[in-house]
Design a protein around this ligand. Structure first.
Ligand code: PXP
Length: 258
């Protein structure tokens, strides 16, 4: 793959910590998973330190910072606490995500347009510290323009609605045709907005909900330079092991790119 065609895979290891925390002990160790992911070909490791520490905890971030050879992408809410932690560890990248305590996962993109001023001030010290700043947003023109204005270098486009519609279509049932149409509309929106974000000079990433079955059309978008994938890969690893799970995703991404 040439540099211009490069598509990086960031592996999100949060849910190794979810399993660990279910028993409150030390296993399974997310750092061990991160090292295995590296060996399997992950180009980066993504970890989300949530306000409620429901999966990753502060010690995991410290241990990852010391252990990793590939870049760490630190997902965080735009809070003072998280900014201080990011400035302490200075990860290669930070990805600013919305966060609500009651949600099961990051449910929507960040509302950048409404909070432009605050977010511009929030990300400036992170960029000054050398972190590549990414903003997790819906594939929406207003949000992309706002992300560019506040000085982000990357936007990560939320693929959750596309993936959910795809899964519902696959599951069949009375709404299957409507969900297929929604999937195609979402894909068209992501395609158009990836191109638009790129035209504004933003690097484009994508993620949330991606599986072997739905990753190819997203991986094929030429402007997309990185995918961040977690839940499916960790789930699949239960059946086949982490290394085969990641290698298969890498193979499908490369095939789509070719
Ligand atoms: N990208 C971002 C910004 C996320 O918040 C998440 C979920 O933590 C992911 C990617 C990965 O999503 P999934 O675990 O559904 O693959």
């Amino acid at each position: 793959m040439t540099a211009a065609n490069e598509l990086r895979l960031g592996v999100n290891i949060d849910h190794v910590a979810t399993v660990r925390n279910a028993r409150g002990g030390a296993v399974p160790d997310p750092v061990r998973a991160a090292k295995l992911a590296e060996e399997a070909g992950a180009d980066g490791i993504t970890a989300h330190l949530r306000e409620d520490r429901r999966h990753m905890v502060d010690a995991d971030i410290e241990a990852l910072t010391e252990a990793l050879s590939v870049p760490l992408n630190f997902e965080m809410a735009a809070t003072d606490e998280m900014q201080a932690i990011a400035l302490r560890y200075k990860p290669h990248a930070v990805c600013i995500v919305p966060e609500r305590r009651e949600e099961r996962t990051t449910e929507g993109g960040l509302e950048v347009a409404r909070e432009e001023n605050r977010l511009a001030h929030f990300i400036a010290p992170l960029a000054d510290a050398g972190c590549r700043v990414s903003i997790f947003i819906a594939a929406d023109q207003r949000q992309i323009e706002a992300a560019a204005r506040i000085g982000a270098s990357v936007v990560e486009l939320h693929t959750g609605a596309y993936c959910d519609a795809h899964a519902d279509w696959r599951a069949g049932g009375p709404d299957a045709e409507a969900r297929l149409q929604e999937r195609d509309e979402e894909l068209a929106r992501i395609t158009e907005m990836a191109s638009y974000a790129h035209s504004l000079g933003l690097e484009v990433h994508a993620g949330h909900g991606l599986t072997y079955d739905c990753v190819s059309p997203i991986a094929a978008l030429p402007e997309v330079r990185e995918l961040n994938i977690g839940h499916f890969l960790i789930g699949e690893a239960i059946f086949v092991g982490l290394e085969p799970s990641i290698k298969e995703m890498r193979r499908i991404m490369d095939a789509a790119r070719a």
